[in-house]
Design a protein around this ligand. Structure first.
Ligand SMILES: Nc1ncnc2c1ncn2[C@@H]1O[C@H](COP(=O)(O)OP(=O)(O)OP(=O)(O)O)[C@@H](O)[C@H]1O
Ligand SMILES: [Mg+2]
Length: 276
C-alpha cells in the first residue's frame, strides 16, 4: 500500500500526520531545529511514497527529501483550514462561521464561513513569546518546566488590575474590577521587590493569553462571528493558558472552542490534501 504523510514544518515544531494500517490518523512532532530527525524518521518508514508539505520550513524539508517519490506543497492557511474543517466534523461541531486563532510561534488569525476563508489579522505575540520572555525573565528554557511553574504562580503582585487603579470608588460600568488594566503594570509603580519565578511566569502567560484573546475577540466582533476556535501547539498541556483564553472569551460573550489535536491542523490538512 502507498503510504502518505502530511508535514507542517513550523517555526518551532514540525508536525506529522499519517495513517496507520487501520487507516487511523497518527500524530507526532519534532523540534524544527532538528529536521534531520524528521527525515530519519520518514526514511525508517520505508513505504512512505507521498508527502504533503506545508509551513514556513517547507523548503528546508523539501531539500532533504530527495529520495521520496512525490511531494505536494499546500499553502499553510489552506492546509490549516482543511485540517480544521476535518477536525470540526470529526468532533461533531456544527458551526461553519468562526474565527480561527492559531497560536504557533507567532499568532495568525483567520475567519472562515461555509463559503470562504481569509486571514484577518495576527500578532507577533505567541508561543515563541511565552518561551522567549520566560527564558529572559527567569533563565528557564525548558518548556515543561515553564508550564509547571506558571501553573501555581500568582499574578496579583505584578499585574495591575482595574480595581487597583479605581481605589475607593466604583469602577466604570463597562470594566470588571478584576480585569487586567496593565500586564506587569504594578511593578513600575511600587517599590521594587524580588519576584518569585512562578509568579513572573504566570504573568508572562497571562500577557500572552490576554493579548491573543483581546485581538481574537475584536476580530470576531468585526466579522460578526460567535465562535472562536483556538489552535496551535502552545495550548499543549497548558490548562492555565486555556483557562485565561476561555474565561476572557466568554466574558466578552463569544464561544471558545478547543480541538482535541489542536496542534496538528496544518499537518492533517496537508495529509488530507494528498489522500482525498
Ligand atoms: N515540546 C515543545 N517544544 C517546544 N515548544 C513547545 C512544545 N510544546 C508546546 N510548545 C509551544 O508551542 C509553540 C509552537 O507552536 P506551533 O507548533 O503551533 O508553532 P509553529 O507551527 O512551530 O510556528 P508557526 O506556525 O508560527 O511557524 C512554542 O512556541 C511553545 O510555546
Ligand atoms: Mg504553525
Amino acid at each position: 500500500m502507498t503510504k502518505a504523510i502530511g508535514i507542517d514544518a513550523g517555526g518551532t515544531l514540525t508536525k506529522l500526520a499519517y495513517l496507520n494500517d487501520m487507516n487511523e490518523i497518527q500524530l507526532k512532532h519534532f523540534p524544527s531545529n532538528d529536521l534531520p530527525a524528521v527525515i530519519d524518521w520518514i526514511h525508517q518508514q520505508n513505504d512512505i511514497q507521498k508527502i504533503g508539505l506545508t509551513g514556513g520550513r517547507t523548503e528546508q524539508v523539501k531539500l532533504m527529501l530527495d529520495s521520496v517519490k512525490s511531494v505536494h506543497y499546500i499553502v499553510e492557511f489552506e492546509a490549516t483550514l482543511k485540517g480544521v474543517r476535518y477536525q470540526l466534523a470529526k468532533e461533531g461541531y456544527q458551526f461553519d462561521k468562526s474565527i480561527i486563532t492559531n497560536i504557533g510561534t507567532g499568532t495568525s488569525i483567520h475567519f472562515m464561513d461555509e463559503k470562504e476563508h481569509m486571514r484577518v489579522g495576527g500578532t507577533g505575540v505567541g508561543g515563541g513569546t511565552l518561551i522567549g520572555l520566560a527564558a529572559l525573565t527567569t533563565g528557564i528554557h525548558d518548556y515543561q518546566e515553564v508550564l509547571q511553574l506558571a501553573k501555581d504562580g500568582n499574578r496579583q503582585g505584578i499585574d495591575l488590575l482595574v480595581q487597583d487603579i479605581y481605589q475607593g470608588m466604583d469602577t466604570p460600568s463597562e470594566l470588571k474590577p478584576t480585569l487586567t488594566a496593565s500586564n506587569f503594570g504594578k511593578v513600575g509603580i511600587k517599590e521594587f521587590e524580588k519576584y518569585e519565578q512562578a509568579d513572573i511566569l504566570a504573568t508572562v502567560q497571562g500577557l500572552v493569553g490576554e493579548v491573543i484573546t483581546t485581538l481574537s475577540i475584536q476580530l470576531a466582533n468585526q466579522m460578526d462571528a460567535e465562535y472562536i476556535l483556538y489552535i496551535g501547539t502552545t495550548l499543549d498541556h497548558n490548562d492555565k493558558l486555556r483557562e485565561i483564553i476561555a474565561d476572557y472569551t466568554i466574558l466578552k460573550k463569544k464561544t471558545p472552542v478547543f480541538l482535541e489535536d489542536h496542534g496538528f491542523s496544518g499537518a492533517i490538512g496537508a495529509l488530507m490534501n494528498i489522500i482525498e
